[in-house]
Design a protein around this ligand. Structure first.
Ligand code: ADP
Ligand code: MG
Length: 653
């Protein structure tokens, strides 16, 4: 077997399984070994039931003291039982696992591993794993990788396949010179790759993640540098025409609001770049809500008036549709044609868009990854903009570059990186920063509260909806399984709908829905056909509904501060006063202190730096931060030292 072989070469993977793997981007053996866990489960000594508090993940050794009850709900079957040790009792609950009735029996003892919920005086473990004491003993102190999954793909399938290809991992070569690796005290790449899938202990895993973070930074820095170097050399064959320059003021005046100084400067910077001798490579950095979309629109306008095509790439279907609508609205009066190209188009629709791009009928195309597949050809692509996805911008540019005749590149980001780090990461890229929010925005009012505040929060949402506004509710997370999360969103929505009462339209969004379904819901929310949107974090990136004034986040303690800041950025986008309610379910001092930072400040830079100070070293992958810095292992805030190493290495390579 070779790294470039299809996964179907792996024993046990047939066409059907391969099709499931391809959904997560795993097509070759090489893809598989780069499919990293998103977390690890630790199996530690069982603890007494009475010592458990809300949100703990732990093992308990209990005897089943009740019968095993199976009840059939509307959407799923629930299995429950009561278990106890000397210190207290706990209820166990599973969704859609009716067969457990035949596996677990009254009087037997098991080790149950799961996350505890405290509901009044009783404790519940949802979806616990269960082991005989003998089997658990064998697992004690091992670390089990938890892979990101989609429907049809189980953790077991990934683990098993990974074991089969493990010998290949050790054979892969290091691309960084040994003396550099040694100087920085890093481990070889093959060892790191192996360890990330099969860690022996936390220390070893830590070293492996360091090495992988180093590589991610290094790739990124080298990519940015390569892009810049190429662009600096490439002659600008898409020079803005004098017509474009003379009409841009009129375009901006027609937007319906006055640009902020930051927006104006960014537009000026772009205008200057696109007139010069060489191709532009610029990063626009601005906090959520700072108004980056209109800056992109201005650039696309100048480019289109000059007679060139433009492409705007975004990470999700939902965002693509939103931008498409917005740009269509802006550009229709100018007779500039906007097109949409995403994965969910039918083959026929797609072919039509391809054709219209080839013959130049479409001036501006908005889309997802679909924009860079091989079948897309442009008549004369002059400008490529990526929104909310840095790496996408840098890495895929090359491919797009081949399609166009050296297009200009604009990258838009809301990730608040301190300037010192931005300089390292973006090397020589030109940067425009939009510092301020549009005038007239009221400061978002924040509150951090416990679960007992929920009823008041619901009343508040009711009153905002009656006043004509809308609300987002980020649903509590259950176990680390998409299936359960999805069901949970559905249940929560039912409950919330009942709480809010007749006449308030509540709908939900979750990760297992089809892209098109998600986009439909989102469009209806933006069109105000929905009042309250319950969602997992899929709405995090870029969505703009200025009429939404409330953001309520359940389990706020489970998110990184920067991510919470992004979520909060979905409100406060219009003139009305907006509110963010953080529900702190696990009320520890730590979580309170962290969330208080959000209460104090609405400044992304400040929040990111405070988060860094307050974050414990415990988490393997850190808490996932904002959407657009899509490093898988590296964390710009936490791995500052490693970033500097990568910078040094990049200079020597
Ligand atoms: P982001 O930077 O997060 O991408 P958007 O571009 O989505 O922000 O803009 C957020 C909202 O602010 C949009 O509704 C947009 O129309 C509005 N907006 C942008 N610039 C201004 C401005 N200068 N004055 C008033 N509103 C603005
Ligand atoms: Mg945006």
């Amino acid at each position: 077997m070779n790294l470039s072989d299809s996964v179907t070469e792996i024993k046990g993977i047939g066409d059907k399984t391969a099709a499931i793997f391809s959904k997560v981007g795993v097509v070759t053996v090489d893809d598989l070994i780069h499919y990293y866990p998103r977390n690890y489960k630790l199996y530690e000594q069982p603890v007494p039931v009475s010592s458990l508090t809300e949100g703990d993940r732990a093992a308990v050794f209990c005897r089943i003291v009740s019968g095993v009850a199976v009840s059939r709900g509307r959407r799923y079957t629930i299995v429950t039982l009561s278990a106890a040790d000397d210190s207290g009792s706990v209820k166990m609950l599973w969704y859609n696992m009716p067969f457990l009735r035949n596996v677990l029996h009254k009087g037997e003892s098991f080790v149950f591993v799961g996350t505890i919920r405290v509901k009044g005086a009783s404790r519940v473990m949802e979806m616990p794993e269960y082991y005989t004491q003998f089997n658990y003993q064998k697992m004690l102190s091992t670390m089990q990788p938890v892979y990101p999954l989609v429907s049809g793909l189980t953790n077991n399938m990934v683990t098993k396949s990974m074991r089969t290809v493990a010998p290949l991992i050790n054979r892969s070569e290091d691309w960084v010179r040994p003396e550099l690796i040694e100087r920085f005290g890093l481990i070889p790449l093959s060892k790191a790759m192996y360890t990330v899938h099969f860690p022996e202990n936390k220390e070893e895993l830590g070293k492996a993640l360091e090495r992988l973070a180093f590589d991610e930074f290094l790739h990124f820095i080298l990519d940015v540098r390569k892009m810049k170097e190429t662009n600096v050399k490439l002659v600008n064959s898409h020079v803005l025409t004098s017509e474009a320059l003379s009409r841009i003021d009129g375009f901006v005046a027609g937007l319906g609001f006055k640009l902020t100084d930051g927006q104006k400067n960014a537009v000026d910077d772009i205008m200057n770049d696109m007139r010069l001798e060489h191709v532009m490579s610029r990063l626009i950095q601005g906090d959520v809500g700072s108004g980056k979309t209109v800056v992109a629109a201005a650039a696309l306008y100048m480019n289109a008036v000059s007679g060139y095509q433009g492409a705007l790439m975004v990470p999700t279907e939902v965002l693509a549709q939103q931008h498409f609508k917005e740009l269509t609205r802006i550009f229709t009066p100018y007779k500039i044609k906007v097109g949409l190209l995403t994965g969910s188009l039918s083959a026929k629709e797609r072919r039509l868009v391809y054709e219209r791009l080839r013959n130049g009928e479409i001036d501006i195309v908005v889309g997802t990854h679909a924009l860079i597949t091989d079948s897309v050809e442009y008549k004369d692509l002059g400008l490529v903009i990526t929104d909310e996805q840095h790496r996408f911008g840098v890495k895929q540019r090359e491919k797009l570059g081949l399609k166009g005749n050296a297009p200009h590149v604009l990258i838009m980001s809301a990730t608040p990186i301190p300037r010192t780090l931005a300089i390292i990461l973006y090397a020589d890229l030109d940067i425009s920063v939009i510092k301020e929010l549009p005038a007239g925005r009221k400061k978002i009012k924040n509150c951090v509260v416990g679960t007992d505040y929920r009823p008041s929060a619901y009343r508040f949402i009711q009153s905002e909806v009656r006043a004509g506004h809308q609300a987002y509710v980020i649903c509590p997370m259950v176990e680390e399984s998409e299936t359960v999360d999805a069901e949970n969103v559905v249940n929560y929505t039912d409950e919330l709908s009942r709480e809010l009462g007749y006449g308030i339209r509540v709908e939900y969004l979750h990760g297992r829905m089809k892209e098109q379904e998600k986009a439909d819901i989102m469009n209806r929310f933006i069109a105000h056909e929905i009042d309250v949107l319950v969602s997992t974090t899929v709405i995090e990136v870029g969505i703009n509904n200025p009429n939404a004034t409330v953001m309520m986040i359940e389990n706020a303690e489970r998110f990184g501060l920067a991510q919470l800041h992004q979520l909060r950025g979905r409100v406060g986008r219009g003139d009305a006063q907006s509110y963010c309610i953080f529900i702190n379910v696990k009320k520890t001092d730590d979580s309170m202190a962290r969330l208080k930072v959000l209460e104090e400040s609405n400044d992304g830079f400040y929040i990111a730096s405070e988060d860094l100070k307050l974050r414990g070293p415990g988490e393997f992958f850190g808490i996932r931060q904002s959407g657009d810095m899509d490093f898988r292992v590296a964390d710009i805030y936490r791995h500052v030292d490693i970033l500097r190493m990568a910078q040094e290495a990049a200079l020597e390579m």
